[in-house]
Design a protein around this ligand. Structure first.
Ligand code: CDP
Length: 223
């Protein structure tokens, strides 16, 4: 009989620490890791390259079917049509488009079904916006990571420092707030904590404490 795989879900707003914390939890537990945001980012980038407008949903769905997304589930890297474009996916023009693409129900359908196949085959930590609510509602451990908007903008600002992108803190804060607003208010799979998710507010937590909090919940020391 097929053994059921163990899934851990982590959802939360932009730059709440899902990727770094999720990856660490996965490596400590010997689980795979998947950042589903990169899938939406890949389609957003390809739609820009193909000069598609966000209202051209059918064409973007076609694009989605034609796009080969492969993961190295041990790292946060992603291969899109055989190419490692993980860094490009984090650029600002992708940030500005991705939520508008992620609102489209038919795009979500395609990507969610791919995410479920991956979860079905692996013990995995999967991070995103709707993983606990929609993609894997039966997962045993669910987390909702959050932090104040100012702290999240500061973290993202630091990530951009040293990269090619020159951007002001205020611009990051404004764009992040707008992206969160779109993600929380969309009709299909809005960002919200699953009813059975444990919320971890990392505003005043260092990275190690956030990882430890999640591991403690999993190990059952906190219920
Ligand atoms: O890294 P950051 O938290 O800024 O964003 P991300 O996780 O890379 O996600 C980028 C965008 O993809 C989000 O703002 C959502 O619009 C969308 N997304 C989604 O709708 N559902 C997911 N499961 C993951 C991401």
């Amino acid at each position: 009989m097929k053994k059921t795989k163990k899934n851990i879900t982590i959802d939360g707003p932009a730059a709440s620490g899902k990727t770094s914390i999720g990856q660490k939890v996965a490596s400590l537990m010997g689980y795979k890791f998947l950042d589903t945001g990169l899938m939406y980012r890949a389609i957003a980038l390809k739609s820009l390259i193909s000069s598609l407008e966000v209202y051209e949903e059918d064409k973007i769905v076609e694009l989605c079917h034609r796009t080969d997304i492969a993961f190295n589930t041990n790292t946060k890297e992603i291969l899109v049509d055989g190419e490692n474009i993980t860094d490009q996916l984090r650029e600002r023009h992708v940030d500005q488009r991705v939520s508008l693409i992620a609102k489209l129900p038919n795009i979500r359908k395609v990507l969610v079904s791919q995410q479920r196949v991956i979860a079905d085959r692996n013990d995995i930590v999967m991070v995103g916006r709707d993983i606990g609510t929609v993609v894997l509602p039966g997962a045993k451990y669910k987390f909702y990571l959050t932090a104040s908007l100012e702290i999240r903008a500061e973290r993202r600002y630091k990530e951009f420092t040293g990269s090619k992108t020159k951007i002001l803190y205020d611009e990051i804060l404004f764009e992040m707030e707008e992206r969160d607003r779109v993600d929380k208010s969309r009709k299909d799979s809005p960002l919200k904590p699953a009813k059975d998710a444990v919320t971890v507010d990392t505003t005043e937590m260092v990275f190690e404490t956030a990882v430890g909090t999640i591991l403690n919940v999993i190990k059952g020391t906190i219920t």
